[in-house]
Write a protein that binds this ligand. Structure first.
Ligand SMILES: [Zn+2]
Length: 446
C-alpha cells in the first residue's frame, strides 16, 4: 500500500473494527500509519525533511510509536516562524485546503490546514466516539459553540445529513446570554447537548433557577476544561451523564471519556499521544505534558507536536475491554495555569471551586484573572446585587488559597465577554507561562 488515497480508504474500512478488536491489532495499524506518515513527511514536507536531516535520522529509523522519542519536538511557534509553504507538502495549493484557526495560547493565532479528505476522515473518529457515548443516528443534537459564517453555510455532507434527518445538528450560539441559550434549548428539546461547557453550564444554572426541565440523554463537552463545579451543575439541571471530549484543532479528537470507567480513551488510531514528564513518558497516575502525532494529516503534518496541555497518564488499556490506552484526567491547558514570580504554577480551580461552592448563587458570569505575578482579580457579573458580607466571604476564600504575597480583589462588572473564538474562559493569565520548560509544569501543578 503506498498512495495516500489507498491509506485513507484502508483507514475508513478499519476504524470501526478497532473498538471491538484486540490491542495488538490496534498497535499494528497505528505503527503502519506512522511509517507511511514519516515516509510522506520526509519526502514531501520541507520542514520535516530538514528536521530529519539536522537530527541525522533516516525515516527508516521510525518503525513503531516507541521510536518517535528519537525525533525532536515541534510547536506552533516552529510553524508560525516559517513560510507556510515549508510546512506543507510539496505542490500543495493552500487555497484548496480546509482551514482550522486555533486561538493560540499566546494570543497569536495559528491556522491548521487539511485537505478535505483528511478533514472528513479524522472527523470520523470523533463520530465514532460520539456513537460510543450514546449518540444515535436520529438524534437532535444542540451544538452550543461559536458559529462562523462558513459554519452557518455548512459543508454539503452536513446539509444532506440534515435533510435525511440523520444526526440533525441545531446550532446554538454560545455567545448568546445564558437565558437565550436556555430558551433555545427549551425550544429544541435536544436528545444530546454538545459544545463548550462554560456556556452550557451557565444555561444549566439558569434552568435550575427558573425551574425549567430539559431532558437530553447526554451532554458531551469539548473545547474547555470541565471543572467539577460545571459538571455538577449540568448533571443536576439535565439529569443525564456528562461526558468530556479532549481535542485540538491540529488533530481533531485526541481522547474521549469512557461511559463505563470515566477514564479517557486515547484515540490511538488517529493520534499517537505521548505524556511527557521531565522528557520521559509519565507513569500511570503522573501528570505530564502532551506531545502528539497526527496519523492522517499529510498535507500539513504534525509529528511530535507539543500542544501545551497537562494531563494525567492512565492505564495502558481501559478496563471496559476496548483496546485503547487511557488518560485519567485532562488537567487543563498550560495557559489555564497561573504562574507566580518564583516560576511555580498554580491551578485556578483551587480558588474557583471553593468560591463556587459557597457563593455561586448570586453569580451570573465570572472570570478569574491573573493580572500580574502579584495580583489576581475575580470579575463577577452578578445576577443580583451582593451584600458586602458576601463579597468579603469571597475574598476570604480566595486568600486562603493564594500565596500570601498575592493581592486579590473582586470587581463587579456588567458582563464577562467571551474570547473572539467564542470560548468563555473562566480563568485567564496575563502573565506568559510559555517559557516554562517541559517537566516543570507537572511537578509544580501537584
Ligand atoms: Zn473504556
Amino acid at each position: 500500500m503506498s498512495s495516500v488515497a489507498a491509506h485513507q480508504l484502508d483507514t475508513w474500512l478499519r476504524l470501526h473494527l478497532h473498538a471491538r478488536g484486540d490491542r495488538s491489532r490496534l498497535e499494528a495499524f497505528r505503527d503502519r500509519k506512522l511509517r507511511f506518515l514519516i515516509q510522506q513527511a520526509t519526502a514531501r514536507v520541507p520542514y520535516y525533511r530538514t528536521l530529519f536531516q539536522e537530527a541525522g535520522m533516516s525515516p527508516a529509523a521510525i518503525q513503531t510509536a516507541g521510536d518517535l522519542s528519537q525525533l525532536p519536538i515541534s510547536s506552533a511557534q516552529d510553524y508560525r516562524e516559517r513560510p507556510l509553504q515549508e510546512t506543507l507538502a510539496d505542490g500543495t495549493d493552500p487555497r484548496r485546503l480546509f482551514l482550522r484557526p486555533t486561538s493560540g495560547s499566546s494570543g497569536r493565532p495559528f491556522v491548521v490546514r487539511r485537505a478535505s479528505r483528511e478533514e472528513h476522515l479524522i472527523n470520523a473518529f470523533r463520530l465514532r466516539a460520539h456513537a460510543h457515548c450514546g449518540l444515535r443516528s436520529r438524534d437532535v443534537v444542540a451544538a452550543v459553540v461559536f458559529f462562523s459564517k462558513s459554519h452557518r453555510r455548512g459543508h454539503w455532507v452536513g446539509r444532506v445529513r440534515q435533510r435525511l434527518g440523520v444526526r440533525r445538528l441545531a446550532p446554538v450560539n454560545c455567545l448568546a446570554s445564558a437565558d437565550q441559550i436556555l430558551d433555545r434549548l427549551i425550544a429544541l428539546q435536544p436528545d444530546v447537548i454538545q459544545g463548550f461547557p462554560g456556556a452550557i453550564a451557565q444555561a444549566a444554572q439558569r434552568a435550575l433557577e427558573r425551574g425549567v426541565e430539559i431532558r437530553p440523554r447526554r451532554v458531551v463537552c469539548g473545547g474547555e476544561t470541565v471543572t467539577p463545579f460545571r459538571r455538577r451543575v449540568m448533571e443536576e439541571a439535565f439529569g443525564c451523564p456528562v461526558y468530556s471530549f479532549y481535542g485540538a484543532q491540529e488533530f481533531n479528537l485526541l481522547a474521549w471519556q469512557c461511559p463505563d470507567t470515566q477514564a479517557f480513551h486515547i484515540c490511538e488510531d488517529n493520534v499517537i499521544l505521548e505524556v511527557l514528564r521531565d522528557g520521559r513518558p509519565a507513569e500511570p497516575g503522573e501528570l505530564g505534558e502532551v506531545v502528539a502525532t497526527g496519523l492522517h494529516s499529510y498535507q500539513m503534518p504534525f509529528i511530535r507536536y507539543r500542544i501545551g496541555d497537562v494531563v494525567r497518564q492512565g492505564d495502558p488499556q481501559c478496563e471496559c475491554g476496548q483496546p485503547f490506552a487511557t488518560l485519567q484526567d485532562i488537567r487543563g491547558r498550560r495557559h489555564d495555569y497561573f504562574v507566580w514570580s518564583d516560576g511555580s504554577l498554580f491551578h485556578p480551580d483551587r480558588v474557583v471551586v471553593p468560591i463556587m461552592e459557597a457563593e455561586a448563587d448570586w453569580f451570573d458570569q465570572y472570570q478569574l484573572i491573573q493580572e500580574t505575578h502579584r495580583e489576581v482579580v475575580l470579575r463577577i457579573a452578578p445576577s443580583r446585587p451582593p451584600t458586602s458580607t458576601q463579597i468579603e466571604h469571597v475574598e476570604q476564600l480566595a486568600r486562603a488559597e493564594l500565596p500570601p504575597d498575592v493581592v486579590f480583589r473582586v470587581e463587579l462588572v456588567e458582563s464577562v465577554p467571551p474570547e473572539p473564538s467564542g470560548k468563555q474562559r473562566y480563568c485567564v493569565s496575563r502573565v506568559a507561562s510559555e517559557g516554562a520548560e517541559i517537566g516543570t509544569v507537572p511537578v509544580a501543578a501537584e
